[in-house]
Write a protein that binds this ligand. Structure first.
Ligand SMILES: Nc1ncnc2c1ncn2[C@@H]1O[C@H](COP(=O)(O)OP(=O)(O)OP(=O)(O)O)[C@@H](O)[C@H]1O
Length: 763
């Protein structure tokens, strides 16, 4: 038998992480902030920016990014769908930031693909499968409605002309959307078609986070009514499948204009959803603000009311969405403690009531029979009870009353019951009246409250704006922190560099001051030196001026000198002339002398020959005649005296020659000195150089001639010398041929010796 009332139950919260998307990959590669222990209930978040350490979140089930659509359906939605088939209301809603996978989870990327179809198409299959396998006496009616809440208006997605539907509530139907188009369906395909129509009519748009982002909350409503054709009992289960709009911060979506307006509205309704959850779970709030937004109003039964509800929180694993992921998980944890009171939505038909009455009668008679048997047992055992009399009277009545009387009594009881019910109805109408009175009072209060709520709304708006701004500011702060961190690092680096630069600067400054000191010393020294040099130069200058003056006077003098020397030159020329003449004379004399000398030499040779002959004869005569010896000796002595006289003459000639030589050398030196002077004069006085050079050239040619003369003189002298040494040569032998050769040889060596002597002298 189906469960009629399951008692209070918590909302089931399931968490699903999607795989990292391309954008996140670009920014953070494959980095994930979440860990999934094996228990399937826990997710651990390791915040990148929080030093507080890992955060643990526990849910009814946790799906990692690798989860399959089928598993998500089986765990999160199938139990709810099955409950709906038993007459419960059920809700499955997806909450998470944009692009976290809400639509992927609820609808799927392809509603016809068994791998990728989401919860809604799978739920349709479950419903129709169950219908197929149900008892034939049960009649099913399946209706589908599809709407969205966009900018606080409920829009019918199956009939877009209805774009501002109202939310109503009554005792039998609970909270419902009035006038919503609900199509009866009998197959999966029909539901898919309606889903397609509805999806095409949805408000989606491009955001930075998701190219096909849902900009509204979509609600897919499936109502299953089942009627028992035998007992006419009926059960109605209503399933709400809700795909909420993204819960992210406005700033991150890059929204502007219409998208910004949407985002603010989405934020507002999600804030209201959060408020409802807070009021339901904090244990303090006496009022739950369902009426603050269309979303919370529609979901009133799903949150804390008559519904079996599952919440799927969808998250991104990337550090890029870390803060949104944490806030989504916190939302899920809060929602987990909401308690619902689901019950089967059952309708009792008259037949059912009659049957119930018959069953009650049957029950009463059963009880009567039990009482009778107890009474009999007591009587048999002789026991007495406190209300024995009453019991006895009943017994008596039972004993005496015919069966017809007993039926009449039952009818009376029934009539009494009816009266009692009537009383209760009256009491109820009285209570309703009082309640109406209270309602009036409550309406006044509600009006007051609404005003307060409006104020609240304004405050909420401000709060949400502030929250948005706060989150943006936090984001900016985080970015700034990063920048500050970078800048700090850079700053430190720059500081280091600066310190190094300062050190360098200090070193340079000290070097500079040293250099400056050196420089000042140097400049002082240089100045001193320059001054000294200046003085010296000044002195030199004055000396030079003096010298210049001297030079000028010298030049004057030299000019005079030159003039004088020119005169001297003429003199030299005259001297040279005379010298030449002298030389010629001397040469002539020399020639004469040489001739004489030759003659004398010849004579001498003849004499020598004669002497030799005489000596020969003498020696021959010495041997033969001693008288003649003495005569010959006398002759010999006379000859020796002649020879001595000749030698004396020769020596006189040599002396004369050396005197001439000395004269000549004096002249040479004079000429050399004059030439030197003339050369230096040439250098100093340019304008006179030409004349002087002519003179010099003449001088040089004179010198040449002189040298040549010298040479000739030396040659002559050599000849003379060689002639003067004849005596020594003869001493060795008598052979004439032998005589000539050594003579010539000696003469040559004498000439070279004489030259050597001259050269040495000149030096
Ligand atoms: N579990 C998943 N496995 C593979 N792809 C996924 C999963 N979840 C989401 N996606 C992909 O991520 C993208 C965004 O997902 P989806 O549109 O469902 O996000 P959303 O939460 O509905 O966003 P919005 O709030 O903007 O509508 C889609 O391309 C979708 O196919």
């Amino acid at each position: 038998m189906a469960e009629e009332d399951s008692g209070p139950s918590n909302i089931r919260v399931i968490c699903r992480f999607r795989p990292i998307n391309d954008k996140e990959k670009t920014l953070f590669a494959d980095k994930q902030v979440c860990e999934f222990p094996n228990d399937r209930h826990t997710v651990i978040i390791n915040p990148q920016s929080d030093s507080a350490g890992p955060l643990n979140f526990i849910f009814d089930y946790v799906f990692s990014p690798s989860s399959r659509q089928e598993d998500v359906y089986n765990i999160s939605a199938k139990p709810t769908v099955e409950a709906v088939m038993q007459g419960f209301n059920g809700t499955v809603f997806a909450y998470g930031q944009t692009s976290s996978g809400k639509t992927f989870t609820m609808t799927g990327s392809d509603i016809t693909d068994p791998e990728y179809m989401g919860i809604i198409p799978r739920m349709v299959s479950t419903v129709f499968n169950q219908i197929e396998t149900s008892d034939a006496k049960i009649e099913f009616q399946v209706k589908v409605g599809y709407c969205e809440i966009y900018l606080e208006k409920i829009k019918d997605l199956l009939d877009t002309s209805k774009n501002n539907l109202k939310v109503h509530e009554d005792r039998t139907r609970g909270v419902f959307i009035a006038d919503l188009t609900e199509e009866y369906v009998s197959s999966d395909e029909e539901v898919y078609q309606l889903m397609k129509i509805g999806s095409d009519n949805r408000e989606v748009g491009y955001t930075n986070m998701n190219a096909g982002s849902s900009r509204s909350h979509s609600i897919f409503i499936l109502t299953v009514t089942q009627t028992n054709s035998i007992d006419y009992s009926a059960k109605t289960g209503k399933l709400y499948l809700v795909d909420l709009a993204g819960s992210e911060k406005v700033g991150k979506t890059g929204a502007a204009g219409k998208r910004l307006e949407e985002a603010k509205n989405i934020n507002k309704s999600l804030t209201m959803l959060g408020n409802v959850i807070t009021a339901l779970t904090d244990g303090k709030s006496s009022h739950v603000p369902y009426r603050d937004s269309k979303l919370t109003r529609v979901l009133q039964d799903s949150l804390g009311g008559n519904s079996k509800t599952s919440l799927i929180v969808t998250c991104s694993p990337s550090p890029f969405n870390e803060s949104e992921t944490i806030s989504t998980l916190r939302f899920g944890v809060r929602a987990k403690s909401i308690k619902n009171k689901p019950k089967v939505n059952r309708e009792y038909t008259i037949n059912e009531l009659k049957l119930m009455l018959a069953q009650a009668k049957e029950e009463i008679s059963k009880k009567d029979r039990i009482i009778a048997s107890i009474k009999k047992t007591m009587e048999n055992s002789g026991l007495a009870v406190i209300d024995e009399k009453q019991l006895k009277s009943i017994d008596d009545e039972d004993d005496v009353s015919p069966q017809g009387e007993s039926d009449a009594k039952n009818s009376e009881v029934y009539a009494e019951l009816i009266i009692e019910i009537e009383d209760l109805r009256q009491k109820l109408s009285e209570e309703t009246r009082i309640k109406d009175k209270h309602k009036l009072h409550e309406d006044l209060l509600t009006q007051e409250k609404e005003q307060i709520l409006k104020g609240n709304e304004f405050l909420y708006k401000q709060i949400s704006d502030l929250q948005n701004r706060q989150s943006q500011t936090l984001e900016q702060l985080r970015e700034k922190d990063d920048i500050i961190e970078k800048l700090t690092v850079e700053n430190d680096y720059l500081k280091q560099e600066l310190n190094q630069e300062i050190d360098k600067k200090l070193t340079l400054e000290s070097q500079l001051s040293e250099k400056e000191a050196e420089l000042s010393n140097l400049s002082r020294n240089i100045t001193k030196r320059l001054t000294e040099e200046k003085w010296i130069l000044e002195e030199k200058l004055s000396t030079e001026i003096d010298k210049n003056k001297q030079l000028i006077s010298e030049i004057d003098r030299l000019e005079k000198d030159i003039v004088k020397k020119l005169k001297d030159k003429t003199k030299i020329k005259l001297i040279e002339e005379s010298h030449k003449q002298e030389k010629e004379r001397w040469m002539n004399e020399k020639k004469t002398l040489i001739n004489e000398l030759n003659l004398k030499g010849k004579k001498n040779a003849d004499l020598q020959l004669m002497i030799d002959v005489s000596e020969e004869k003498y020696r021959a005569l010495e041997n033969t005649m001693s008288d003649g010896e003495k005569t010959l000796k006398r002759r010999s002595d006379a000859l020796e005296k002649n020879l001595e006289r000749l030698s004396l003459m020769y020596h006189q000639l040599v002396t004369q020659k050396s005197m001439l030589k000395v004269d000549k050398q004096i002249c040479d030196r004079k000429i050399a000195r004059l030439t030197e002077k003339s050369t230096s004069n040439d250098k100093q006085i340019n304008d006179l150089s030409e004349k002087i050079s002519i003179l010099e050239r003449e001088n040089i040619s004179l010198l040449d001639q002189t040298v040549k003369l010298e040479l000739k003189i030396r040659l002559i002298q050599g000849t003379i010398a060689s002639n003067t040494r004849i005596k020594k040569v003869i001493r060795g032998g008598g052979d004439n041929t032998l005589f000539k050769a050594p003579f010539n040889r000696r003469a040559n060596s004498a000439i070279s010796e004489s030259r050597q002597e001259d050269e040495n002298y000149d030096d």
